[in-house]
Write a protein that binds this ligand. Sequence first.
Ligand SMILES: [Fe+2]
Length: 186
Amino acid sequence: MAKRPAGPVTPRGLNHLVLNVRDLDEAHHFWSDLLGFQQVGELHQREDDPSPMVMRFYSGATDDLSHHDIALVERPTLPPPPENWSMSAGECAVNHIAITYPDQESWKQQVEFLQDQGVKINVRIDHGMTHSIYINDPNGYGVEVLYDLPREVWGHDIDGALNYARFLPTEGDEVTEETEYVSDFS
Ligand SMILES: [Fe+2]
């Protein structure tokens, strides 16, 4: 008889995230028109479905393993979002969702695009393993727009990199100014 597993199998990672949103068109504008996710499908309504939903599926830059990263489900009865997003306060169950851009240049272009579209940057932080801005979607979910630093910068001390935070300006050209990589988190 085959040996049974003694413990859980470590997964490869997250596959996709499904968010409840108040208004699907409003959320589509944020996640697709502003953040660049491409819609790849929508839920087809079935007559025999006892609990029909309005749902759309979105993907980032696709690779062989990717079909969708995010899906949105319309839920008009959601409570309104807080006036000002904060990572450390508020009643929203989702704190933030981190979106990876491939490299520093694409991140810079994306942040400049968001600035030109009038999106408010709540926080701008260099972490030890990412350089990030934090914005929020129309439902109050925080969204961290980041690029990853090379593993040799942070691989020796992930906890140190997670705890490292250098706060930077949230407006103007300084938001996307190139900053150095720090490897000593002590
Ligand atoms: Fe984060």
